[in-house]
Write a protein that binds this ligand. Sequence first.
Ligand SMILES: [Zn+2]
Length: 300
Amino acid sequence: MLAASACSHSAGGAARSARQMAARPPASNPKHTQTPASQVDCTKAKCVALTFDDGPGEYTGKLLDDLREAGAHATFFMLGENVKGHEVLLKRMVAEGHELGNHSWSHPQLTSLSSGAVRSQVRRTSHVIEAASGVRPTLFRPPYGATDKRVGHAVGMPEILWSVDTLDWEYRNVARNVRVGTHEPKVGGIVLFHDIHKTSVEAIPRVLRGLKKRGFTFATVSQVLQGTKLKPGHTYLENVPVKAHKPKPKPATTAPNGTPPAAPSGAPSAPSGTPSAPATTPPASPSMPPTPSLSPSVTP
Ligand SMILES: [Zn+2]
């Protein structure tokens, strides 16, 4: 199934698209190249990308400590409105080899905004992230995974969803986060967590140990997707190539608009590559049908 939910703020289903394959991601930032990033070759290593949304926040520093201790790199999809006051954390992310991504300014459901409003959400956020860290984000994650062709065009960056939705924002349970985060990821997967929840951050040391035991190397999203040509407005769930962008017809069912938490509805989780990945998805509300990962294209 496809990713649908997400984010701590509940979720609505959303449209999705598909992925594609090809050659190499565009660019990264000329100014800073996240250091270690370039040292991982996911065409050879068994890579997985841990991603943390909705921050930065009060637990992000502890998370960075744990990632550093494990020698792990991750990707942070941040909200522009949360950057102020946390500039030091962003600089640290860059210095320690993490990838900084854009998750909108205030977490609205973009499919319900005008294209101009979508562009504003994206631009303002990229601006504050770059101002704080020196690095301009090249990847975007739509709140709730809600996007469609129009939104993708307005965003103007590759949209990164996920193949494993831990539903950490919904359950807020450390043991569950550890179990799901350790056992569901597959090679080339993109795992969704939220660093604004204490229970999520507390689970990470054990998730890192468990995944290491399974032989995984922790890479950034760009590293995991290396070899895939990332196109603006297209959506990617993991490193399995897919087809072109197809807007999803169904609307999000539960979708909250930028509102926070609330509903659990969220997610249809997403294991794209993981057709079987069930557990994670409880109440799925989304309207999206499952999508086999390798499957051809489109996502719901
Ligand atoms: Zn989010």
